[in-house]
Design a protein around this ligand. Sequence first.
Ligand code: ADP
Length: 443
Amino acid sequence: MNPQLLFWVPAVLRMSLMLLGALVLWFMFGPVVGLGAGVLGACLMIIVQLHYLYRLSRWLDNPDSEKLPDGWGAWTDIFSRLYRLRRDDEKNRTELVEWLARFRQAMSLLPDGVVIMDDVLFLEWCNPAAERHLGLKNSRDKGMRVTNLIRSPDFMDYIILGRYEHPLTLTLRERKLFVQIIPFENRRQILVTHDVTESERIEMMRRDFIANASHELRTPLTVINGFLEIASSQANLDPPTRAAHLKLMTEQGHRMQNLVEDMLTLTRLESIDYPLRPERVAIGSLLDQILEEAKALSAGRHTITVEADGPDVRGSTDELRSAFGNLVSNAVRYTPDGGSITLSWRMGKNGPQFAVRDTGIGIQAEHIHRLTERFYRVDKSRSRETQGTGLGLAIVKHVLLRHDAVLSIESKPEQGSTFIVTFPMSAVAPDAAALSGDTLATA
Ligand code: ADP
């Protein structure tokens, strides 16, 4: 039935009943009694209405703590409707609070900074990424002017010019940020920050790498082209000079080939499409091969020894051959004639270790942390003289990363260096683990 009818019908019925009662009393006891009863009834109804109005007003004053009164007559319907409204309101409020919590959590997980400000740049809220990027603190800085918090002349200019359609590049707290203000609603603005420090660093590395690689390739090419020009302009070069030129050209050709091969190796090692396929690496035969290569490179100029009593590991034989081979070839190339080089493979306390110790030229401490950077060389001319590409230790670093192994370097200038590769215990090949356990137990 129509709710309006539900409301009016009982009310009209009640009033009709009261009127009827008053008329009956009028006819039975005369007009005074009839009128008196009518007035009394009307007064009673007014008192009841006033009572419920008072309860309603008290409830409206404090709807959260006051219990909603039970009503009488039409009030029952009013109160039950109010009760329903309040219940819906509470449900909406709970949903809103939950939604807000979810929104805040999502915002706090965003890698980009978000600052909400009013139209005159007073901070209303910011997420943790904005706190990190801009040095703000939501709880502390709320209500403060953002221009007083981000003290940067570039940011001030950006605000003054108001050209918000383009982002501003800002260097702040040793980070490079893209900052943009986006007006929203009528009187609010969002400031968004995006940290580009890492991508800039990668971009710079890429530029450096291309510049270095081009430079490295240009040098041998210039030499080869020079000799080719001489050969074509001077047809009757004497045989010894021609032979010397050919020898130099061949050397430069090899140098370019080594460089391209190292660059391809590095690219492959960094590629996600080239996952490590671990196999059992027979360290004994691997070290034999590396020793042979080292002896060939040294051509009898050094004393090279191997001490191996560690277990086999799981990994890529080719990659470890390349990494260990690079360390050993460096030891040969940077150790003057007559020096000694020791290769060792042992079970260390944190895992198997491969160490290359030489009595060579050594490295000054300030260079050590940069040696694995591409094309980083302590002495460029010495590296080139010995056919170095400047990529050997970068390859070592990437191979070790793929094997969860770490490289440590100890060195003293003029005394020699030790390059140590430590594998995790988990790299030990399963049956070799039992074997080395026996060996250790009986040692
Ligand atoms: P390169 O091809 O120039 O040898 P690497 O990446 O293999 O490039 O090594 C980087 C630099 O580290 C070398 O140029 C050299 O200065 C230094 N270095 C590497 N190994 C040794 C070593 N055993 N003794 C002295 N210096 C070394």
